[in-house]
Write a protein of this length. Structure first.
Length: 283
């Protein structure tokens, strides 16, 4: 992997889930409780009732209507296929029951490493972050090396240490991207003062949030119709049931397809070119 390759359009495809190369790990390893996102309880290590013998979901096209919309917003960032095909060399938990628990424990560790790689790769494709390309590239190489460790070493990793290191680079990237933007005008009732706020259910229709740091902001069920969210940092922002109809998110950074899938919007919502409008927005 070279810097030139990444900048010229390698993007984040390798850090996106490829379920055909995975042994349905998220459908077994992860627990969930009956809620608005899940129709029933499931314990960690227990296969979902909809998981088929070929490791595919039997109701993949009907997850939302079947009360399992939580499944539609989970993103392993390619960790599932990495664990299945690389870490365990294509040996599945069904064929090797003794490996099952270890494999399920490794998945969330790998998921976090791949999430870091996803964001770092995005940062390395941002022209505004050019001044820190060497540091970003170095971090990608180092984190990628961690993903290739054996299972014993992976299990012993102190992931928060690596996350803190990567987060510092992502913060630098965010500042470089946003510093040239004229953040929300002073005569607007919505400006960068929203940063760090709890905006659950907030009425932000038409808000000028351009260039704001919206990291980790809770936008659950918020009204963001026609909001200007260009060049915003949306890493970790909770967009569940937020209404993004007509909103402009062009140039926003660290926004994932899973976040978009959790929200509501319409054909007028403008997204970064790497993301697509979910089918439930237009059906």
């Amino acid at each position: 992997m070279t810097q030139q390759l990444l900048i010229n359009g390698n993007n984040n495809n390798q850090y996106t889930a490829d379920c055909q190369q995975c042994f349905g790990l998220c459908c077994v390893a992860l627990p969930y409780a009956k809620s608005a996102d899940f129709a029933f309880n499931k314990d960690s290590g227990t296969p979902c009732r909809n998981l088929q013998g070929d490791y595919r979901c039997g109701i993949h096209q009907k997850l939302r209507s079947s009360g399992l919309r939580g499944c539609t917003v989970y993103e392993c960032f390619g960790a599932g296929q990495k664990v299945s095909q690389m870490t365990y060399s294509g040996n599945s938990w069904r064929d090797n029951p003794k490996l099952a628990k270890e494999m399920f424990d490794i998945l969330p560790i790998m998921q976090q490493l791949h999430e870091m790689l996803y964001y770092l790769t995005e940062a390395l494709n941002l022209e505004d972050a050019k001044s820190i390309y060497p540091q970003l590239q170095k971090a990608i190489v180092e984190i990628e090396q961690l993903t290739n460790l054996n299972t014993t070493s992976l299990s012993a990793l102190h992931v928060p240490t690596h996350r803190a290191f990567v987060n510092d680079l992502l913060l630098q990237t965010s500042e470089l991207v946003r510093k040239k933007v004229e953040i929300g005008t002073h005569n607007s009732k919505h400006s960068n003062s929203i940063e760090g706020r709890d905006c659950m259910g907030a009425k932000l229709r038409g808000a000028n949030l351009k260039g704001s740091n919206l990291r980790g902001v809770l936008f659950i069920a918020a009204d963001l119709r026609e909001a200007d969210m260009r060049k915003t940092d949306l890493i970790g922002a909770d967009l569940r049931d937020a209404n993004l109809s007509g909103a402009n998110l062009i140039g926003s950074i660290f926004l994932t397809q899973a976040q978009i899938n959790s929200a509501n919007g319409d054909s007028k919502t403008q997204l970064p070119s790497t993301l697509t409008i979910p089918t439930h927005w237009i059906n």
